[in-house]
Each structure stands twice: as structure tokens, then as C-alpha cells.
Design a protein around this ligand. Structure first.
Ligand code: ATP
Length: 316
């Protein structure tokens, strides 16, 4: 049976700004998304029946049709019924390394890998933008995860504008294993607390979304200046997640006092990352934070910003 193994990288948010409500119930966002080399491995194997199956030994990841990787395969079967009939079903195995429910787009990147992999298994020849359009039907972060790198994301997060890639900046990433933050909870709480400040008219929303292109963080990215990028990190969701989870605030403060260039929660959290000026510093900060917090529940990773999203590792 033909098979593909794909690498599905996580993302962090260098910028996350909530600017308004949308008629579809989502928020209007302005984000800068960045792929990192902490990645899941997704193995796709053609099966000789018309079924989709998911295997994943991670206890918090469902293996039924609620898994977003399953949904991605189901979407492909619905969109391309002739290919599904011709090539059969697909067995998906997920080797999870990205912390779950952490604000790192772990599920979204798995879905993106399934779209890319099935495109290859079924010889569909889809373009990047066709894959991104399919991804938008599955979740707001899925389109970014297809090509990854560094990008401005607006709308729900699905409208992408690529930036020159940052591929040699190291971060340390921390996440308490037993702590999960629901993305819908974080956005709903933000709306309850800060909805009054949302921009209301379309012109103001467009102007705010456009402003990011000439803003200081984009200038820092264009200059590939890690120090400047680290000083301009921004995440509106910290306003609701940090007060609700003092452990996350403490982790952020511990990174800050370890002398990193800058630190911020990623997405809806609870993962926190810190930008470092070298791989050596990142390794040192990881040890220092491990000693200061001395908590077995805390997972710490050194990772590197990367210029790509889903990649094929091997095929048979
Ligand atoms: P995002 O940053 O896109 O909001 P996240 O990193 O915060 O995502 P995920 O790791 O995608 O969160 O997990 C969110 C929930 O989705 C989990 O509670 C998990 O049970 C469920 N889930 C479904 N499919 C997957 C998958 N393939 N990988 C991880 N979680 C999955």
C-alpha cells in the first residue's frame, strides 16, 4: 500500500490582536504567525477499503471522527468522491510531539498534513491556495499550517500574507502538561470583558488590519532583528488567560527574569515562549527555568523558528 510520512510543525503567535466581531460569530483578528521546528509526524497509508481511521497513542487526542485529522480526510473524500472511490480510504497515524490544547495549532497542523498527504496519495495536483481554501473549512489556523513560515493573518486568521522567513531564531517553549486552555473559552471571555472596545465599522476594521503591514513588528521581521521582534511581541488573549491561570503568569515572569530577549503566551495559551539570542542561551534558559520552577508537570522545549509548514519526510 502506498504511504507518505509528513512533518507537521507547530506555530507560535508573534502578534495576536482582536479588533472586532464578525457576523459569523468569530472575531476579526490581526496576527503574525510563525512556524517552529517542534513538529508532529503524520503517517498516511492508503487502505483497500473505503474507510478512514486514526491512530494516536496520546491520551488527550481523540481517535474518532472528532479528530481534526479525520475531518480533513472526510472533507477530501467529500470534495473528491471519484478519487476516494478509485484510491480507497486512508489510515492516519499521528505521532504527537506538539503539546495538546496549548495554543500551538497542534490539531490544525495535523489537518494541514492530511490535506497535503491525501493530495499526493490521490494524485490530485492541488495548488497551495486550493489546499488553503480546503483548510479554511476545517479551522482558522489550518490554511497557515499548509505552507507555514512567517505570515500576517487577518479575518478569522485564514487570510494570509507571507512575510520573509525567519529561520534561525531560537526559542524556549514551556507548557504545563495538566493545564489546557480552551480556545473558544478564551475568545468568549475576551468578548465579555473587552467587547465594548471592538471596532464597529468596516472601514476602521480594514484600516487596523492594514496598519500591521507598516507596524514596528513587521519592520523588525523584515530586518530579521530578533531583539526588536522580541520587544514588540503582543497577545491580547494574555489579558484573560494570565489572570485565570497564575501558573502561566509565573512561567512568563520566570522566562523574563532569565534574561531572554522577550517572552509571550502563544495563541490562547497556556504555552509561553521566550525568544533567545542563540541556541546556547535557549538551552541555558531551559535549564535555569527547570531549576527555578522544579515542577515535573512543566514541559520545556528548545525550538527554532522555521521557514516552512507541512513537509513530506518520506514516501513508499
Ligand atoms: P489552536 O492553536 O489552533 O487553537 P491548540 O494548539 O490550542 O490549537 P489543539 O492541540 O489543536 O489546540 O487541541 C485542541 C483540542 O482538539 C484538544 O482538546 C483535542 O482533544 C482536540 N483534537 C482533535 N484532533 C486533534 C489532533 N489531531 N491533535 C490534537 N488535538 C486534537
Amino acid at each position: 500500500m502506498r504511504s507518505y510520512t509528513l512533518i507537521a510543525p507547530a506555530k507560535i503567535n508573534l502578534h495576536l490582536e482582536i479588533i472586532g466581531d464578525r457576523p459569523d460569530g468569530y472575531h476579526e483578528l490581526v496576527m503574525i504567525l510563525q512556524s517552529i521546528d517542534l513538529a508532529d509526524e503524520i503517517h498516511l497509508e492508503a487502505s483497500d477499503n473505503q474507510a478512514i481511521s486514526v491512530r494516536c497513542p496520546h491520551p488527550e487526542v481523540p481517535i474518532d471522527n472528532s479528530n481534526i485529522a479525520y475531518k480533513a480526510a472526510e472533507l477530501m473524500a467529500a470534495e473528491f468522491p471519484n478519487a476516494f472511490a478509485r484510491y480507497g480510504g486512508v489510515n492516519i497515524t499521528i505521532n504527537k510531539r506538539i503539546p495538546v490544547a496549548a495554543g500551538l495549532a497542534g490539531g490544525s497542523t495535523n489537518a494541514a498534513a492530511v490535506l497535503v498527504g491525501i493530495d499526493l496519495l490521490w494524485k490530485l495536483g492541488l495548488t497551495q491556495s486550493e489546499l488553503e481554501e480546503l483548510g479554511a473549512q476545517l479551522g482558522s489556523d489550518v490554511p497557515f499550517c499548509v505552507a507555514g513560515g512567517t505570515a500576517i493573518a487577518t479575518g478569522r486568521g485564514e487570510q494570509l500574507s507571507a512575510l520573509p522567513s525567519l529561520d534561525n531564531i531560537y526559542i524556549v517553549l514551556g507548557k504545563y502538561r495538566s493545564l489546557a486552555v480552551s480556545t473558544p473559552w478564551a475568545y468568549k471571555t475576551y468578548r465579555q470583558q473587552f467587547g465594548d472596545s471592538y471596532l464597529k465599522d468596516t472601514d476602521s476594521l480594514s484600516a487596523r488590519a492594514a496598519a500591521i503591514h507598516s507596524g514596528p513588528i513587521v519592520k523588525a521581521i523584515l530586518n530579521k532583528d530578533a531583539t526588536q521582534i522580541a520587544q514588540k511581541l503582543h497577545n491580547d488573549l494574555e489579558r484573560v488567560v494570565l489572570p485565570a491561570h497564575p501558573q502561566v503568569l509565573q512561567l512568563r515572569e520566570t522566562f523574563a527574569s532569565a534574561g531572554v530577549l522577550g517572552t509571550m503566551m502563544s495563541g490562547s495559551g497556556p504555552s509561553v515562549f521566550a525568544i533567545c539570542d542563540s541556541q546556547q542561551q535557549a538551552e541555558k534558559v531551559k535549564l535555569q527555568v527547570r531549576e527555578t520552577l522544579a515542577d515535573d508537570d512543566l514541559e520545556l522545549f528548545v525550538a527554532r523558528m522555521t521557514s516552512h509548514g507541512v513537509q513530506v519526510a518520506s514516501s513508499m
